[in-house]
Design a protein around this ligand. Structure first.
Ligand code: ADP
Length: 502
């Protein structure tokens, strides 16, 4: 690849990786081209320039990857490894990710558009912590023992217990907003549980998964334990989701695709967990310092260019503070500098793709056409790259599309409310239920509100805080199951009940 415009920002490791002419698939420990020799390109969102040519997997490649994962699970060395050896390998991988943190952050930055500094401090740091957290579970997988009372075998005695067993071959399909981190949210618990994996990164951001694939080899995981198939949704994701020899699908992405995957999974009774879209409310109570609330709300929506499934995209402010808080957020938005991921002065980067930029701008236009008033931002930033100005809309009716639909960009809709009961009802008036934040120091009001909110995570005086041990996932159409924490491990284990008559 010709990297002349970004070369001087890159460490030697990142430059060497990005210079390659082609990136291959990882199947059974080998880097191979796609069976049909097809490729696709990935672009730097800050410039629109091509930065990688990637193998485009099709159904035949997915099938080979699933067979390799099957073999490694059913007969290969993985199934014979002791838990402590799985733990050691995952810890070794965490060490390697830490050692390569700068290269991974730089590659994530040029592939996704996010700041390299944030990629290192957030994406890569959480990846390392999460791998270490999940490595610990490999040696703590436990069932129960039980004293049975079988009503029709009064004379018999039983030894009864449960075993937790790895679910098998996992298909992991991940999105482009936190490519490395979300891939690890699937790989970590799968490997700790003893599963094997076929990972399909998003076609917009395949590079850090491929780099991770090399580190997986270096860590010493046996061939076939982790396979990586790059390609688009219909070409590579769909054959993986409907493959009859996959035991579990773990998906993060849009609700629309999540439903397709759910349907495909039910056909084979494949287990599935889905972490889907959101339209998370940010609720500012009347005791709050307006400046603190404004800074928090701005960060809740503009972090990662608003491309966060739990982004705080609906702001509700008690009406006596509404103008003040929204005025402050407008000032923050107007003052934000947009720039590429290596620009230390930039507070926001480009969106991931032309398609995403057009989609987000389309929503801003829909908001305007449905009567919303744009008080900050309002469209793309002229020039190269996929930059959209941070945007704030007011005077928008609760039923309108910009309040109800996930935009997945730096676009906030702000609405005043009167009572706690009213704001609780509005917060829940959404098909989604991924996250919510409450801004207040009034403990009793906060504690009364938390149980009323139908969302998988409630933050108080913060938003989007994540931690390896805390489960993350959605109520309602935001998904099924949880990533992270003990809950994630459980999703990669079956439970077997054993009765022994003695
Ligand atoms: P977004 O709309 O944000 O791009 P998607 O839900 O389309 O999110 O994509 C998330 C992941 O799902 C990506 O890896 C994508 O390739 C994959 N994907 C898209 N469509 C399908 C599909 N029909 N079956 C399986 N995977 C898909």
């Amino acid at each position: 690849m010709n990297l002349s415009d970004i070369q001087h920002f890159l460490s030697d490791r990142a430059a060497a990786f990005l210079k390659r002419d082609r990136h291959a698939l990882l199947i059974d420990g080998q880097w191979v081209p796609a069976a049909g020799e097809g490729t696709f390109v990935t672009r730097n969102p800050a410039t629109g320039k091509v930065i990688g040519r990637i193998a485009a997997a099709g159904a035949e490649d997915v099938d080979r990857a699933v067979r390799a994962a099957r073999q490694a699970f059913d007969a290969g060395p993985w199934s014979k490894m002791r838990p402590v050896e799985r733990q050691r390998l995952i810890l070794k991988l965490a060490d390697l990710v830490e050692e390569h943190a700068q290269a991974l952050a730089e590659i994530e930055s040029v592939d996704n558009g996010k700041s390299a500094g944030i990629a290192r401090a957030v994406d890569v740091a959480l990846t390392v912590d999460f791998l270490r957290y999940m490595a610990g579970w490999a040696t703590k997988i436990e069932g129960i023992t039980h004293e049975a009372s079988v009503p029709y075998a009064l004379q018999a005695e039983f030894v009864t217990y449960t075993r937790r067993e790895a679910v098998g071959v996992v298909g992991a399909i991940v999105p482009w907003n936190f490519p490395l981190l979300v891939a690890t949210w699937k790989l970590g618990p799968a490997l700790a549980a003893g599963c094997t994996v076929v990972l399909k990164p998003a076609e917009q951001t395949p590079l850090t998964a491929l780099y991770l694939g090399e580190l997986i080899g270096e860590a010493g995981f046996p061939p076939g334990v982790v396979n990586i198939v790059t390609g688009d949704g219909p070409g590579a994701g769909a054959p993986l989701a409907r493959h009859p020899r996959v035991d579990k699908i773990s998906f993060t992405g849009s609700t629309e695709v999540g439903k397709l995957i759910g349907h495909a999974s039910v056909e084979n009774m494949t287990r599935f967990t889905l972490e889907l879209g959101g339209k998370s409310p940010v609720i500012v109570l009347d005791d709050c310092d307006p400046e603190v609330a404004a800074a928090g709300a701005a960060n809740a929506i503009f972090f990662n260019q608003g491309q966060v499934c739990c982004a705080g995209s609906r702001l509700y402010v008690q009406k006596k503070m509404f103008d003040r808080v929204v005025g402050e957020i407008g000032k923050i938005a107007d003052g934000m500098t947009l720039g590429h991921g290596f620009d230390a002065a930039a507070q926001m980067g480009p969106l991931v793709s032309q398609e995403q930029m057009d989609r987000v701008c389309g929503y801003i236009d829909i908001g305007r056409s449905q009567g919303a008033e744009v008080v900050a931002g309002g469209g793309r930033q002229p020039g190269e790259g996929y930059f959209v100005r941070p945007t704030v809309m007011v005077n928008v009716d609760h039923g309108k599309r910009v309040v109800q639909e996930e935009i997945f960009g730096p676009v906030l809709t702000a609405m005043p409310y009167d009572t706690i009961e009213e704001v609780a009802a509005w917060a829940n008036d959404s098909p989604y239920g991924l996250g919510a934040s409450i801004w207040s120091n009034n403990l009793s009001k906060v504690h009364r509100l938390i149980p009323k909110i139908r969302a998988g995570t409630v933050w108080v005086n913060c938003h989007s805080a994540l931690e390896p041990a805390m489960p993350f996932g959605g109520y309602k159409q935001s998904g099924v199951g949880r990533d992270m924490g003990r809950a994630a491990l459980d999703a990669y284990l079956e439970t077997k009940s054993v009765f022994i008559a003695v």
